[in-house]
Design a protein around this ligand. Structure first.
Ligand code: C2E
Ligand code: CA
Ligand code: CA
Ligand code: CA
Length: 274
């Protein structure tokens, strides 16, 4: 019995060690990756009800020399925990702004910023210097933030959001409806747009409650003068329902997957008059 106990204790200790070691290794690799600028923007199209492309959401990818393309789910949490996210977001923002500034058509880009960016640094100044450096017109930049940014009610987030808007960039509230206090934040912060969380869109066809919630979100957004975009649109049925409910913009695999800018050259270059 004693030997068994010791054995299982050792086993436990070993697996704990293994996951800790893996985390430390990932942390070390993340530091090197920021240094080596291995983060890049992918672009996913956003369209109107008539199918016209108005912009792209920017989704970060880690181009790892051996692991290949690493998705945000693998590295964002640790990057936030270690503060490395600020450097990563800055890298992705700079590359996305530079890319968009090179397009013939003045399409918008929507970048995701982490709550940690707002807690640790001066995000508005960072955005201003990147806009200046890349020459992207501020009106083409949307900044997507989640409730997590707004929950730090020390007034810092508010003042940075105001400054971002004063630059001429737009603010979108991401994952709308999935949090706890989205409504009070809508009243308190200067948003231009809300993005309906993908979980509601996914259940649109099968769940009457989801349809009621989506209808209410769109009505609420419009009555506050905000534009409403739906994410995670995968089927024609979802798209048509959202159009019928008055949603303004749409994004999802049905329209296009996130991909390097080169994949959407036909949409961003002048030759695409269609
Ligand atoms: P999010 O901002 O809610 O982004 C939407 C996620 O849904 C993206 O996952 C996107 O690739 C995926 N998606 C797009 N269309 C569809 C669809 O039709 N169906 C389904 N099921 N999914 C769809 P991704 O790229 O893996 O990003 C995951 C999350 O990581 C994002 O959620 C965002 O919170 C975070 N993230 C991504 N890029 C960045 C970044 O550059 N900086 C920061 N701070 N966070 C980022
Ligand atoms: Ca987003
Ligand atoms: Ca989402
Ligand atoms: Ca999210």
């Amino acid at each position: 019995v004693k030997a068994d106990q010791r054995g299982s204790f050792r086993f436990f200790e070993t697996t704990l060690d293994a996951s800790l070691r893996e985390k430390r290794m990932l942390h070390k690799e993340l530091i090197e990756a920021v240094e080596a600028e291995q983060f890049e923007p992918f672009f996913q199209p956003q369209v109107t009800a008539s199918g016209e492309v108005v912009g792209f959401e920017v989704l970060g990818r880690w181009r790892h020399p051996n692991r290949g393309l690493v998705m945000p789910a693998r590295f964002i949490a640790l990057a936030e925990e270690t503060g490395l996210i600020s450097g990563i977001d800055e890298q992705i923002l700079r590359a996305a702004c530079r890319e968009a500034a090179s397009w013939d058509r003045p399409l918008s880009i929507a970048v995701n910023l982490s709550p940690i960016d707002f807690r640790r640094g001066d995000v508005a100044s960072m955005i201003l210097s990147i806009l200046f450096e890349t020459g992207l017109s501020p009106g083409r930049l949307n900044v997507e933030i989640t409730e997590g940014v707004l929950m730090q009610d020390d007034g810092r987030a508010m003042s940075q959001l105001r400054r971002i808007r004063d630059l001429g960039a737009h603010l979108a509230m991401d994952d709308f409806g999935s949090g706890y206090s989205s409504l009070s934040y809508l009243q308190a912060f200067p948003f231009d747009k809300i993005k309906i969380d993908g979980t509601f869109v996914a259940q649109l066809g099968s769940n009457p409650q989801s349809r009621a919630i989506v209808r209410a979100i769109i009505g609420l957004g419009h009555s506050l003068g905000l534009s409403v975009i739906a994410e995670g649109v995968e089927t024609n049925a979802q798209f048509e329902l959202l159009v019928a409910l008055g949603c303004d913009e749409f994004q999802g695999y049905l329209i296009g997957h996130p991909a390097p800018a080169a994949a959407y050259r036909d949409l961003t270059s002048a030759e695409s008059a269609t």
